[in-house]
Design a protein around this ligand. Structure first.
Ligand code: PMT
Length: 415
């Protein structure tokens, strides 16, 4: 019951998905949350304040200047009351307003006035969601630390198919509970330096970036990994108190201060670097996109353009993560699973096959997350638990992910 006694302020803007908000409020209440609801003027056309009042047990606020409310709980008190501000559904108009900092109604004013973290569940027509303006506005909000929940893909009220459906209430509540578990500990408002250091005294090794497998002296095969996620993990592990070794494939990122970096090119070199130091590690995080195959017989001279078709034979690379997890006295192992389809199922298979403690499933079919982008979204799976980390900057996700790792380490220590 992560939401027990948490003050959740729900902002509802005017989209068809607003009809789902009574169910959302009911589910939040069932988790023990205190819920207050704010409706925009247009939201009142899709859902009645009376039904939201009935399910929340609290007066629903709609206007910025409401004499009754100002005498009771006015907008500043409401903004301070919230532990968390959830905006669901968030229309394109609402997202645009928040991005520009407008405060011309109660919901947008509260977004400026609240110190609470803001989570947004977008809902709109797929074309409107894909529009450059909406994407840029959403990006602005993400850069400011707002968390994004969805949208999902599917059939829409207008008959279109695509991304833009609001997540189901049950999914929103789950995501909110994960967010609270990770972010709303007592240390929530402390700077990095002041944060507790749950990984103090721990050694964390992280692989990052791509590997390159040579075809001949001038050509290679590789992938689109930029190293951003792995480097964000290295920074986050260091901020949480760990001593970090970062083993990186070829990337153009600078080394965070105080971190030991080992540069490698191929999968075999990465394995050698990992095995050299693995025995002293408490945690191994495999974020690198390691090439599964290399050329069977590397050509020592440049291949000549002779035949119409060129056939290359590949052979399997060693699986670095699997080898680490199989070691006697293996460290805590966190793998990543980069998938374009059946993301959760494939990730679970990797968790089991490689005998890992945890896996972070990464949907790399979406251009705005995963490879080479500044944001990501992950599904974190252990034997007993599955948690969604909503789309956010790679730095913020890395911190959340490593807090989960430190909790798991702590739990296993207590056993
Ligand atoms: O670098 P960025 O641009 O920031 O992008 C981040 C990312 C998308 C690369 C990252 O979030 C990610 O998903 N990394 C894992 C990529 C991958 O290779 O996934 P996989 O499903 O093919 O491999 C599963 C796991 O086994 C991974 O932890 C991988 O590091 C590891 N592995 C795979 C093959 C191999 N030979 N050795 C390994 O250790």
């Amino acid at each position: 019951m992560q939401l027990e006694q948490k003050n959740v302020l729900v902002g509802v803007s005017g989209g068809i998905a607003a009809y789902k908000t009574p169910d959302l409020v009911r589910k939040l209440k069932a988790q023990g949350a205190n819920v207050r609801v704010v409706l925009t003027e247009s939201a009142t056309h899709f859902v009645s304040s009376l039904s939201l009042q009935a399910v929340s047990g609290e007066k629903v606020s709609t206007h910025l200047l409401d004499e009754d409310a100002e005498a009771g709980m006015g907008h500043i008190e409401l903004a301070r009351w919230a532990d968390i501000f959830l905006i669901a559904p968030a229309t394109a108009n609402c997202i645009a307003k928040l991005a520009t900092g407008l405060a011309d109604d109660l919901l947008s004013t509260l977004a400026l006035a609240t110190p609470a973290p803001i989570l947004i569940a977008p809902a709109m027509n797929q074309q409107m969601w894909a529009a450059k303006a909406t994407q840029q506005n959403m990006q602005t909000l993400l850069d400011r630390g707002v968390a994004q929940l969805g949208p999902a893909s599917g059939e829409q009220a207008c008959g279109d198919l695509g991304y833009g459906r609001m997540l189901e209430p049950v999914e929103i509540v789950e995501a909110l509970a994960s967010f609270v578990a990770i972010n709303l500990a007592d240390d929530n408002h402390l700077s990095d330096e002041m944060q507790p250091k749950p990984l103090a005294g721990k050694q964390v090794m992280i692989t990052a970036g791509p590997t390159r497998e040579a075809i001949d002296p001038v050509r290679y095969i590789s992938n689109h990994s930029s190293g951003k996620m792995g480097f964000a993990l290295a920074r986050a592990a260091q901020n949480l108190g760990a001593k970090v070794t970062l083993i990186s494939g070829p990337v153009s990122l600078s080394t965070p201060d105080g971190i030991t970096r080992v540069d490698v090119t191929s999968a075999q070199e990465m394995l050698d670097a990992v095995e050299k130091d693995i025995d002293s590690q408490d945690v191994f995080v495999a974020c690198a996109a390691v090439a599964d195959y290399r050329i069977a017989h590397e050509n020592t001279q440049k291949l000549k353009k002779k035949a119409e078709d060129l056939v290359l034979t590949f052979t399997k690379n060693p699986d670095i993560l699997k080898r680490v997890a199989q070691r006697k006295n293996a460290p805590f192992t966190l793998g990543f699973a980069a998938e374009t389809q059946d993301v959760e199922a494939y990730a679970r298979t990797k968790l089991e096959d490689k005998k890992l403690n945890m896996i972070a499933a990464n949907d790399v079919s979406q251009a705005d997350i995963g490879f080479n982008s500044d944001q990501n979204a992950l599904l974190v799976i252990t034997k007993d638990n599955t948690r969604k980390l909503a789309k956010a900057s790679k730095d913020s996700l890395a911190r959340d992910l490593l807090k989960i790792v430190s909790d798991e380490l702590f739990k296993s220590h207590k056993k």
